[in-house]
Each structure stands twice: as structure tokens, then as C-alpha cells.
Design a protein around this ligand. Structure first.
Ligand code: APR
Length: 237
């Protein structure tokens, strides 16, 4: 008996932490090392594109060296084995969910492994370094390529698709996010309004912890596989 028909899962940097990727707001996180106003806004890119390219070149290189962990693998298993519809929305720009085998994924903040050309507007896979002089492989213009990342002040991707899914969801699971960045931090309220059961799986309570009906705290590689195992057991009972 499947308790839930439509499950939406939101992940943040915390699900990739045990794979070795930095989170943003933990001690020693990315925003402690870099000023986001200098590396993650359209104005920063206009002012000093080389600094922005270098920031993403370093993060692109780091992602190439890490592997999905048990939490990513558990979500891929859930998508494979659960007899209901599942949408995985991630704020993360790494490709660890894909590497774990998840398929129905919305990267609402973009992807480190993609770039786009401001001239021909094409989005293309790209895992090498990017510098201002790099020539667009499609339109051959130079100085027009940028990371396919949503910067602060830009509109995240797939918001309509996410909103429509949440409206009809009956389970919302939030994993590894501090709940500090909108619009992702507003999904819990939308899921609650839709009447979904809401669950937070995190190392510690997020900013929105009190809005969740169910919470379980601990490392994602422990709490996520356990939660998935229980969901699958109930579904196949
Ligand atoms: N297991 C589970 N949760 C963890 C772990 C872990 N091993 N390590 C850290 N966390 C939790 C932290 O407790 C925190 O709540 O993950 C969360 C990480 O929060 P942030 O660093 O704020 O990352 P995130 O919520 O994904 O940030 C959202 O902000 O800067 C923007 O675009 C960026 O997508 C990012 C967005």
C-alpha cells in the first residue's frame, strides 16, 4: 500500500558535504572563504569576469574529484523502487545526484558542468576551465561564455514546474539545506499549504525546522538511507 503518490525532495549543500564538497554557511564554508558579492552576482561578473571564472573553475575542478555518498545513492534507489512519482529538486550545482543514478532532477540554481553563451544563448556541457577569451564552440564568439549558474539577483530555473508539482505533492522531504535562501526556503510553506506530509532530514535544525511535521537529525549518509528504507518497506508492505 503506497502511503504517498507524489514525493518532492529538496536537497542542499549538506547532502554533498560527506562527499567532500564544502557547504556555504557552515564553519569554514564557501561564504566564509569568498565574498559572494565578488563571485556570485551578475555585477561581479561584469566588474571582474576573471575572478568569477576562477571561482567556478576551482569548484568545477573539485566536483570532478568527488563521488556520490550513501545519501545520494539512497535517493536514486527511492526513484528506482518507489511505486509513486518523485521529483528531486536540488539547490546544488554538483552532479552527484546524476552520478548516483537519479534521473528526474531539477537543478534550480544551475549546474557547474554546464556553461552558456550570451551571444547564441546555447547551453552546453563543459567541465574544463573557462576564461574570458574562451571561444564559444557553437557561434565562435569570444568573451561571451558564462557559468550556467543562477547568481544572486537572478531568477532560479524550473520554478513553475516545481510549484505545480508541490501543489499536488503528498510528501515533501528537505535534506541538507539551511533554509536561508529563497525561493527554496519557501517550499516548506507551499508543501504545507498543499496538505503534504513534511520531513526535514538534516545534520541540525534548519531555519525553518519548526514548520516541519517530522524531523530527523544526523549526517545525511545515516538519516537519508534509513528514511528511504522505511518508505520502501511501508510501500511494499
Ligand atoms: N548531513 C546533513 N546535513 C548537513 C551535513 C551533513 N553531513 N553537513 C551540513 N549539513 C547541513 C547544515 O547543517 C546546513 O543546514 O546542510 C546545510 C547547509 O546549508 P548551506 O551551507 O546554507 O547550504 P544550502 O542550504 O544548500 O544553501 C542554499 O545558498 O549560497 C546559496 O546557491 C547557494 O544553493 C546554495 C543556497
Amino acid at each position: 500500500m503506497t502511503q504517498f503518490e507524489r514525493i518532492i525532495i529538496l536537497t542542499g549543500a549538506g547532502i554533498s558535504a560527506e562527499s567532500g564538497l564544502d557547504t556555504f554557511r557552515d564553519k569554514g564554508g564557501i561564504w566564509e572563504k569568498y565574498d559572494l558579492m565578488k563571485v556570485a552576482t551578475p555585477e561581479a561578473f561584469a566588474r571582474d569576469p576573471e575572478m568569477v571564472h576562477e571561482f567556478y573553475n576551482l569548484r568545477r575542478a573539485a566536483v570532478k574529484t568527488v563521488h556520490p555518498n550513501a545519501a545520494h545513492m539512497a535517493l536514486a534507489r527511492l526513484e528506482r523502487e518507489y511505486p509513486g512519482e518523485i521529483l528531486l529538486v536540488t539547490q546544488n550545482v554538483d552532479d552527484l545526484h546524476e552520478k548516483a543514478g537519479s534521473r528526474n532532477i531539477c537543478h534550480m540554481h544551475g549546474e557547474l558542468g554546464k556553461i552558456r553563451c550570451r551571444s547564441c544563448r546555447q547551453v552546453m556541457d563543459w567541465w574544463d576551465d573557462l576564461v574570458t577569451e574562451t571561444v564559444c564552440p557553437l557561434c565562435t564568439k569570444s568573451g561571451q561564455l558564462r557559468p550556467h549558474i543562477v547568481w544572486f539577483g537572478e531568477v532560479p530555473f524550473h520554478l513553475n514546474k516545481i510549484a505545480q508539482f508541490i501543489e499536488n505533492a503528498d510528501l515533501f522531504i528537505s535534506i541538507g539545506t539551511s533554509g536561508q535562501v529563497y525561493p527554496a526556503s519557501g517550499f516548506i510553506q507551499a508543501a504545507t499549504d498543499a496538505g503534504a506530509h513534511t520531513v526535514e532530514l538534516n545534520r541540525e535544525p534548519s531555519d525553518g525546522y519548526s514548520l516541519f511535521e517530522e524531523t530527523c537529525y544526523g549526517p545525511a549518509t545515516e538519516v537519508v538511507p534509513q528514511y528511504v528504507e522505511n518508505l520502501l518497506k511501508e510501500a511494499h508492505a
